[in-house]
Write a protein that binds this ligand. Sequence first.
Ligand SMILES: [Zn+2]
Length: 67
Amino acid sequence: MLPFRGGTMDKNRCMVCAKEGAFEGGVCDLCKAIIRGEALEGQHQIKKDADRSLHKEGLDLEKKTHG
Ligand SMILES: [Zn+2]
């Protein structure tokens, strides 16, 4: 067993939601995305992207069933 002194050297805390973890820049990925989305005001783009992904999956499934 390693002599581990209960420290939190590798752990950070998200500045936004105070979630614990190792985050780059002190902000967790989720909050980073939110901040980025707010900064760019491009939430529509994210939605569109997700929509496209769904469409692609649908087409793929159709292809699979066909045959
Ligand atoms: Zn966060």
